[in-house]
Design a protein around this ligand. Structure first.
Ligand code: HEC
Length: 136
């Protein structure tokens, strides 16, 4: 019993040290690698993670296409949600649903379902919405 506890304890310490080391490496290599690609996430390459003047056409639309269209597009509208086309996305942006579901705010379904966006992609969506969710 005593042995098992000690083993468990040191295992946790090793895990903690590994996590801290991985975090430091991620920070050193920049935002786009901060959390690594989530399982199943198709990353849109934006280097560096530039959240100034985020463009719908260059950044948000491709990001949504890669991560959301498989369930929410003109062709497939899971639960009636369509993320294809600026007018549709703008509705969700204005209703705070877009940021709610992608940043895992309390009370929102977590999207993309079965995965999670990188911190960089979450920040890009938040910045674009905060900048007025423009058709830019
Ligand atoms: C694998 C399929 C799948 C993918 C990919 C996916 N969704 Fe969803 N989405 C769902 C399902 C299923 C629901 C309903 C879940 C629920 O209400 O709990 C949903 C619900 C939603 C809702 C409505 C939430 C609400 O509370 O009314 C929004 C908005 C949404 N998704 C946005 C997105 C966005 C943005 C992405 C990409 C970042 C995305 N989804 C990716 C399957 C998906």
């Amino acid at each position: 019993m005593h042995f098992r506890f000690a083993y468990y304890h040191s295992f946790r310490q090793i895990m903690l040290v590994s996590a801290v080391m991985a975090g430091s490496i991620a920070i050193a290599t920049g935002c786009q690698n901060f959390s690594g690609p989530a399982k199943g996430e198709k990353r849109v390459t934006v280097e560096p993670c530039d959240t100034l003047n985020v463009s719908y056409a260059r950044t948000i639309q491709p990001l949504l296409k890669s991560n959301c269209y498989s369930c929410h597009s003109n062709a497939i509208q899971t639960v009636g949600v369509n993320m294809e086309g600026y007018a549709n996305v703008k509705l969700y942006a204005d209703a705070t649903l877009l940021v709610g579901v992608t940043s895992q705010l309390p009370g929102y379904a977590q999207m993309p379902q079965g995965g999670v966006l990188s911190d960089c992609n979450k920040n890009l969506i938040r910045a674009w919405v905060n900048q007025g969710a423009k058709n830019n």
